[in-house]
Every structure is written in C-alpha cells, then in structure tokens.
Design a protein around this ligand. Structure first.
Ligand code: AP5
Length: 214
C-alpha cells in the first residue's frame, strides 16, 4: 500500500504517518525530515534547504524531486510507503507520476487532511521536537511527561527554526499559493480522499483506516 499524505503545515501528516508506520509497517518518506537531517549534518544540500525553510518557503522543485527519486530508487518498502509532504506543487506531482512509472510503483491512496488555519497556528506554535530521536510533542495537545524532555529517549525538546510566528505565516501563504492547487489537480483526477483533520489524533486515524478499507 503506497499512500500520499497531504495537508497544510501542522495538519497532522507526520502524526498520522507515524501511526500508519507502527500499525502497518509502511515506510515514512518525509521530505521535511530529510531536509532537517541534511541541515543537522550541515551538508551542502542542508545549507541550501535551510535558506528556504527558515523563511517558510518551499525548497526548489528540482532539488526536492532529486531527493525523492534517490529515496524511492532504494525500493526497500516491503509493505509500501507513505509520502509525507511530497508532492507539494503540481510540478512535483507530475514528476512523481513519471517516477512511479519508471520505478514500477503505484499510488493507492491520496489523503488530504483538512484543518482550519486558526487551529494550525496553535498546533505549530505548540509543537516541540526531540533533538535526539525526532519524536513530536505539543505543549497543549500532546505534552511530554516532563517539560522539555522526550518521553522516549530523554532527549532535549526544541522548537523548529520554521516555527517563529513570521515563518509560520509565510508557510501558510506558501501552502495556499503553491500546494492548494494540488487539491484541484487530484480532485479532477478523482483521486483525492478528504479527511477531517480537526478531530482527535485517534479519530483522524480511524477515518484514514476506514477510507483505506483496512
Ligand atoms: P515539513 O516538515 O513537511 O513541514 P509541514 O508540511 O509544514 O508539516 P509539519 O511537519 O509542520 O506538520 P504535519 O502536517 O506533519 O503535522 P504534525 O503531525 O507534525 O516541511 C518543512 C519544510 O521543508 C517546508 O516548509 C518546506 O520548506 C520544506 N519542504 C518539505 N517538503 C517539501 C517539498 N515537497 N517541496 C518543497 N519543500 C519542501 O503535527 C503538528 C503539530 O500538531 C504537532 O505538535 C502535533 O502533535 C499536533 N497535532 C497533530 N495532529 C493533531 C490533532 N489531530 N489534534 C491536535 N494536535 C495535533
């Protein structure tokens, strides 16, 4: 089962991908996580990605498509994969279609998590991430047991560089301008499954399972 998870920043793509990974053994491919790893390592790609990410802009399509191509080419997904945060532009969607043909993959479901922007700002400003293992928390909706400390590995929790108030505003504008057109693109193709992302994390997951028929 190969899935695309779409939705605005903070819609819960990463949260739901984590649940799909643990229940169905799918492999999560998050372009955001891949860029953050490169930034942490201070690689050439990381330096370029940081330039765009810190201000809330998208990393250019050619760079993003290349890292996805490289990842999918490994073909190490016995149970399938979840594309979390890719594609984000129509150009990326078209490239993914060519890539799937080339590599012999089929996308089985394209899920869009729908959440109002007001709620997203609250979610994003409250998000904290573990510096060591990458686990995600939220000050209001999913607090860690000890403030500032990861429940899983004891690592320090931090706020992402793209979660300042200004960067969040630009991320939402970028989404509206560049990613929302994808909703029409996949709707016209009759492929889009819309899910109400403004429910508890468990209820969103139940709806996803219902739509997938698993
Ligand atoms: P990325 O890391 O993908 O960021 P994003 O899309 O902005 O998504 P987030 O990770 O912020 O949110 P999410 O939807 O995964 O929600 P989450 O589950 O974490 O990308 C970062 C940047 O990299 C981009 O801005 C761009 O610059 C670049 N990039 C990445 N992909 C790219 C591409 N394809 N092309 C070009 N550039 C690209 O949840 C968020 C918070 O809400 C958490 O605190 C969580 O606990 C909480 N939460 C989740 N679900 C619920 C719920 N149901 N109720 C209450 N709280 C909830």
């Amino acid at each position: 089962m190969n899935i695309i998870l779409m939705g605005p920043p903070g819609a819960g793509k990463g949260t739901q991908a984590e649940k799909l990974v643990s229940k169905y053994g799918l492999v999560q491919i998050s372009t955001g996580d891949m860029f953050r790893k490169e930034m942490k390592e201070d690689s050439k790609l990381g330096v370029i990605a940081k330039f765009f990410i810190q201000y809330g802009h998208l990393v250019p399509d050619d760079i993003t498509i290349d890292i996805v191509r490289e990842r999918l080419s490994k073909n190490d997904f016995p149970n399938g994969f979840i594309l979390d945060g890719f594609p984000r532009t129509v150009v990326q969607a078209r490239s993914l279609e060519s890539l799937c043909k080339e590599l012999g993959f089929k996308i089985d479901a394209i899920i869009n998590l729908d959440v109002d922007f007001d709620k997203l700002i609250k979610r994003l400003s409250g998000r904290r991430v573990c510096r060591e293992c990458g686990a995600t928390y939220n000050l209001e909706f999913k607090p860690s047991k000890k403030p500032g400390i990861c429940d899983i590995c004891g690592g320090e929790l931090y706020q992402r560089i793209d979660e300042s108030e200004d960067a969040v505003k630009i991320r939402l504008q970028t989404y509206t301008r560049q990613t929302r057109p994808l909703i029409d693109y996949y709707t016209m193709k009759g492929q889009l499954i819309n899910i109400n992302g403004d429910q508890s994390m468990d209820d969103v997951f139940k709806d996803i399972e219902k739509c997938l028929g698993v």
